[in-house]
Write a protein that binds this ligand. Structure first.
Ligand code: C2O
Ligand code: CU
Length: 492
């Protein structure tokens, strides 16, 4: 039993001195893990792939014999996997059958601001929103989730989340890519259930209290399955890991410490595979890994306390001192033979800022501010010329945060002046900022201009985002930055 003490420091800062949490060894791995279905599009008269998404209420049995009210997409909890290819013209018909207004944001997608699904693109209850765009970015594992300002944590927590996979034809054919067979999405989330089985952000109990980071649950769901196992029939399996938690970080590895190949990060494949045995993902980050299995074996995918993998002293505050068994992988007695992993995965040019790159500074403070301000839906904080590569320096004087920028891909140039660890060297859209860290990011902006519709940058610990740790930028025609509005019409 966790001994836990919440001490108030100041009026709004709550720090946890939490005992180490673990379920390691407690799970029986009783439930076959759900694999979210692939959503089949219809091709319309314009040659567009149209995907139908219905946001709906439902009930899910996570705990044996107990029903939990949940939200999902085309189902009771979570949503289907959407798979698109570079060059596709796509459209999403998002029907909101929830009782509340919400939005659906395509996290990691490069698209016009009006299609982004951020807090300005609300979908009222009973309404349908139909964004469309042309996919033009390298293969990557993206995701989708609500983004209603002030309500994102609640809407994501109830279950509106799915994977959004981008393919492109430069991906080597020998990479495992048969969905659900040797290419498996794993949406990993921590939860806290009330006694009667409800999912509640304010659930009573030690870890159900709101910590500095929001909810840190004591139960893990993988693709919406509690206590899960996954049976596989291939020697070499690619896992697309998504940390879909509200606040918790995970430090993924295998219980027997075997190494695996990291092949991709948030925004695309690495130039070549990198062997490692831990990959840490804060809320919103993704990684693609490839693991090797021998016939008949069982191995547990686990989140390790990061001190083993080189943690940071205050990581525990984000729950990362905890250790959880996530899913047991069971290899069948006969496995399909795997091709060797390709040596070259992607040729995407590295994001490199020019000598006169614009530099911008951001300081994250407390649990709600960037550069001293909380989010204001009318205020445009930054105006960026289309196609620019800029250097964004993000300073984090206090506790850990997870920093995400819409629309872009970035590369971490350095953290506290040091080159980033190997797992943080790829193309990214979200980055973990350890306590007292300064990260310099080379940020590549896209071509879609709209001076009147902003994109977001924010902490992806969702309670921080909801409390206002978010800002807005527009992308405009180069040379028109000075004419672009800094306030949008509307209230205050
Ligand atoms: Cu994953 Cu602004 O969001
Ligand atoms: Cu934060």
């Amino acid at each position: 039993v966790a001994v836990l003490l919440a001490a108030g420091l100041g009026v709004s800062t709550w720090v946890y001195f939490a005992a180490y949490q673990t379920n390691a060894g407690d799970l029986a791995f009783e439930n076959r893990v759900r694999i979210p279905p692939l959503l089949e599009p219809e091709v319309d008269g314009d040659g567009r792939k149209r995907f139908d998404l219905t946001l709906q209420q439902g009930r899910s049995e996570f705990l044996p014999g107990r029903q939990t009210d949940t939200w999902g997409v085309n189902g009771a909890y979570l949503g289907p996997t959407i798979r698109v290819s570079r060059g596709d013209k796509v459209a999403m018909d998002v029907r909101n059958e929830l009782p509340d207004t919400t939005t659906v944001h395509w996290h990691g997608m490069r698209l016009p601001a009006k299609m982004d699904g951020g807090p300005h693109q609300t979908i009222g209850a009973g309404k349908t929103w139909s964004p469309y765009w042309t996919v033009d970015q390298p293969a990557a594992s993206l995701w989708y989730h609500p983004h209603l300002h002030g309500e994102t944590a609640k809407h994501v927590y109830r279950g509106v989340t799915g994977m959004l996979i981008v393919d492109d034809d430069t991906v080597p054919k020998d990479l495992p890519s048969e969905y659900g067979v040797d290419d498996i999405p794993l949406v990993v989330q921590d939860k806290k259930f009330t006694e009667d089985g409800r999912l509640d952000l304010d659930a009573p109990g030690p870890l159900g209290l709101q910590s500095t980071y929001g909810l840190l649950g004591d139960q893990i769901l993988v693709n919406g399955t509690r206590d899960p196992y996954l049976e596989v029939g291939a020697e070499r399996v690619r896992f697309r890991l998504l940390n879909g938690s509200n606040a918790r970080s995970f430090n993924f590895g295998f219980a027997d410490d075997r190494s695996f190949s990291l092949i991709g990060t948030d925004s695309g494949l690495l130039p070549k595979p990198v062997r490692m045995n831990r990959v840490r993902l804060s809320a919103g980050e993704r990684a693609e890994i490839v693991a090797d299995l021998t016939p008949g074996e069982e191995v547990v995918l686990r989140s390790f306390a990061p001190k083993e993998g080189g943690g940071f002293p205050q990581d525990r505050l984000a729950g990362a001192d905890d250790e959880f068994d996530l899913v047991e992988i069971r290899a069948k007695d006969r496995l399909t033979e795997a091709k060797p992993l390709p040596e070259r995965l992607a040729d995407t040019p590295e994001i490199t800022p020019g000598k006169d790159a614009v530099e911008r500074d951001f300081e994250l403070s407390g649990t709600s501010k960037i550069n001293g301000d909380t989010m204001d839906m009318r205020r445009i904080d930054e105006v960026v010329p289309a196609g620019a590569t800029e250097i964004w320096t993000v300073r984090n004087p206090g506790n850990p945060h997870s920093f995400h920028i819409h629309e872009v891909a970035f590369r971490v140039l350095d953290i506290n002046g040091e080159p980033p660890p190997p797992a943080m060297r790829g193309r990214k859209d979200t980055v973990y900022l350890p306590p007292s860290a300064t990260a310099r990011l080379a940020v590549q902006f896209g071509p879609h201009t709209d001076p009147d519709t902003p994109y977001m940058f924010h902490c992806h610990m969702l309670e921080h985002e909801d409390q206002g740790m978010m800002g807005q930028f527009t992308i405009v025609e180069p040379g028109t930055e000075d004419q672009a509005p800094r306030r949008l019409p509307g209230g205050n």
